[in-house]
Ligand binder design. Structure first.
Ligand code: CUA
Length: 352
């Protein structure tokens, strides 16, 4: 389901008190794209996520066992020592060294059992990247993600936004940076949350294990559109990834449909107009650095940091008035005419 911020409150919710509605919304919040791509920590698809998942399973099973034991004992005592008419006053007991020792040592043992794998997972998930790792710089901005791939030995950089592509079976090292304020990178099926902080570099290393699309989101409150700062990780087989990176490195394709006057006008409006002040379209005069790189925009599946499917209708809505879709968005309502927006979208859709 696409979030509609301007949507009126649905009829079913109008008869409910607001607090109950927000509870219902919390419950439904997990639905979204859930059938296609679940955003879940319970279905790990990388070594990092798997080790966290195993640790979590161990803790949950132990917790269940302790809970069962406590409730079984409680039920036994409630029944066995319940009041019966005429039963004598029970014997009053104060202090029991054996019992006290048992309820101190048993939990200590449990903590030790959990601590050993916990410390192991902490070390594992903080380990340095192996030399064959693919390195990607990730920059969190209000409210989108920039991904920069150093290529040709670091001499060139391939830049994209909001959808990070990686190969399956190769360790991936993400170097996390905060572009403006603190954000937190989190793709639950790949690994734990890790902060993206201005002025320092955090790392997260994991090996994706299965091809697929994995949803993620910013996990650190970063302003009014924090909840609209989503992203996707696309895991490919190695050859497919190499092909993706090669074509992503190429400059924007000159539209073959230059006979289409809408595309010609759209191209001029985009690369010579206000868009070019903030966006790069490599191979054109659009060289702005403030917003996402648009060189291959049409290949992305979503726009506006993962919140809208990438199609003509949504592109028009977004360009028409970004802050209406993403409150506080740095991209302003440029006051473009409907006709100009049509042209711009016609051109943007050629950017494969
Ligand atoms: Cu970025 Cu929350």
């Amino acid at each position: 389901m696409t979030p509609r911020l301007d949507a009126p409150r649905p009829r079913w919710s109008r008869s409910l008190p607001p607090r109950l509605t927000s509870l219902a919304v919390l419950l439904l919040a997990g639905c979204g794209d859930a059938e296609t791509f679940p955003q879940t920590a319970l279905d790990p698809r990388s070594d990092f996520a798997r080790s966290i998942d195993q640790l979590q399973d161990l803790t949950i099973y132990l917790g269940f066992a302790v809970g069962l034991l406590v409730f079984a004992l409680l039920a036994y005592i409630l029944v066995k020592f319940r009041y019966r008419p005429g039963s004598p006053e029970p014997q009053q007991v104060h202090g029991n060294a054996r019992l006290e020792l048992a309820w101190t040592l048993l939990p200590a043992l449990l903590v030790a059992v959990i601590a050993v794998p916990t410390v192991r997972v902490i070390f594992e998930t903080q380990a340095e990247a192996p030399p064959n790792a693919l390195t990607v710089d990730v920059i969190g901005w209000q409210w989108w993600w920039e991904f920069r791939y150093p290529v040709n030995g670091g001499r060139d950089t391939v830049v994209t936004a909001n959808e990070v592509h990686v190969p399956v079976g190769t360790p991936v090292q993400l170097r996390l940076h905060g572009g403006d304020i603190i954000h937190s990178f989190w793709i639950p099926q790949m690994g734990g949350k890790r902060d993206a902080i201005p002025g320092r570099v955090n790392r997260i290393v994991f090996t994706p294990q299965e091809p697929g699309i994995y949803l993620g989101a910013c996990a650190e409150f970063c302003g009014e559109s924090h909840a609209l700062m989503k992203m996707r990780l696309v895991a490919h087989e190695r050859a497919e990834f190499d092909e993706w990176l090669r074509s992503e490195a190429a400059p924007a394709r000159e539209p073959t449909a230059l006979t289409d006057s809408a595309v010609i006008v759209g191209r001029r409006l985009t690369v010579q107009g206000a868009c070019a002040g903030c966006h790069v379209i490599r191979g054109t005069t659009a060289v702005g650095r403030a917003g996402p790189d648009l060189t291959h925009l049409a290949r992305r599946t979503t726009i506006a940091a993962g919140i809208l499917p990438n199609n003509a209708e949504n592109l028009k809505r977004w360009i028409d008035n970004p802050p209406a879709i993403k409150p506080g968005a740095k991209m302003p309502d440029l006051g473009l005419s409907e006709q100009d927006i049509e042209y711009i979208v016609a051109y943007l859709q050629t950017l494969y």
